[in-house]
Design a protein around this ligand. Structure first.
Ligand code: PLP
Length: 319
């Protein structure tokens, strides 16, 4: 027992093993700390009640991609949950830049979070809680591995439907993921690599960290409801317009996904990535299909476009 305690405290000090956290830098409670040191109090409602919102933006080759869109969505989410950020937008963005700079990253996954926080006297009244802002930058991570991006992800349609939008507003980016995580286990049990959830009435919604698109007869389909309005989803729709592709943003029947020529997912954690199989059945076209490939190529080329990118401020001095 004592041995166990000694080992725990030694490892917490980083003395006996490599860190169990990715390298990176977080901002929490007024300080920049390593990922290992970034902790929230157990009484924070973000943990106890999943009462939190967040956003994730990526940095690619030293530039934020669509930072404005992510920060604006985050601010809207905070407002919808009746929380308050302790900073104005410029200060918030300066913290994001500083996390990336201090972490020394060129390709990064950058998360901003607002939790309800905790109330000093354990009040059950959410108005008494002091909201907490947290940010961190860690190395860029992909939803799909390199091999999966080459040959297409194998997706499973879960038996569990997504939480209805009338209960939890999916346009507020949130951590209500029990349905998605249980769905992932169902997918693994069926030899698939990830999962997509329906609305319980025959339409497709989203998966853990991504929106979903189907392509049929040259037209691109995605749902208009029950999902986070992903910034990559918006980007994909804008790129479709640029390529002159017709789109339909409306409830997406499972049948359309099953009978599609191509399917792809969209996420800040990897962009536009092909789906190769659905419920163990491969799509008939070679994967990635031509439309998925064209959109993905254009997506990555936009990472050079000054209109959609913000160079990370690597030069400011950190105290
Ligand atoms: N849907 C859910 C549930 C998500 O968590 C995410 C991203 O994390 C997405 C969709 C994709 O959103 P974005 O393109 O803004 O990364």
């Amino acid at each position: 027992m004592l041995d166990h305690i000694a080992e725990t405290s030694a490892s917490a000090a980083g003395q006996t093993r490599a860190s169990a956290f990715p390298p990176g830098v977080a901002w929490i409670d007024g300080r920049f700390v390593s990922m290992e040191e970034a902790r929230i109090p157990v009484l924070d409602w973000g943990f106890l009640r999943s009462d939190a919102t967040y956003d994730v933006v990526h940095v690619w080759q030293g530039k934020f991609f669509r930072l404005d869109a992510h920060v604006e969505r985050f601010q809207r989410s905070v407002e919808k949950l009746r929380m308050k950020l302790p900073f104005e937008r410029a200060e918030l963005e300066a913290i994001l830049h500083a996390c990336v700079r201090r972490a020394g990253l060129r390709d990064a996954y950058v998360e901003m979070i607002c939790t309800r926080g905790h109330s000093p006297d354990f009040s059950r009244d959410p108005r008494k809680a002091i909201n907490r802002f947290i940010a961190f930058a860690i190395p860029f991570g992909w939803i799909a591995t390199e091999e999966q991006r080459r040959r297409g992800l194998s997706l499973w349609v879960a038996s569990i439907p997504r939480i209805p939008p009338a209960s939890v507003d999916p346009t507020v980016k949130n951590y209500h993921w029990l349905d998605l995580v249980q769905g992932m286990f169902e997918a693994y049990d069926n030899n698939a690599e990830s999962v997509v959830l329906s609305d319980g009435a025959g339409h497709i919604t989203e998966g853990p960290g991504f929106n979903l698109f189907a392509v049929k007869d040259g037209r691109v389909y995605t749902t208009d409801r029950g999902v986070l309005e992903g910034i990559t989803r918006r980007t994909a729709l804008e790129l479709c317009a640029e390529l002159g592709l017709e789109t339909q943003v409306a409830p997406l029947p499972l049948e359309t996904l099953r009978s599609a020529d191509e399917a792809f997912i969209t996420s800040t954690a990897g962009g536009i990535m092909p789906v190769g199989q659905l419920d163990g059945k491969a799509y008939t076209q070679p994967c990635p299909g031509p439309i998925t490939s064209a959109l993905s190529q254009l997506y990555w080329s936009k990472h050079e476009d000054p209109a959609w990118t913000t160079p990370v401020d690597y030069d400011s001095a950190d105290s």
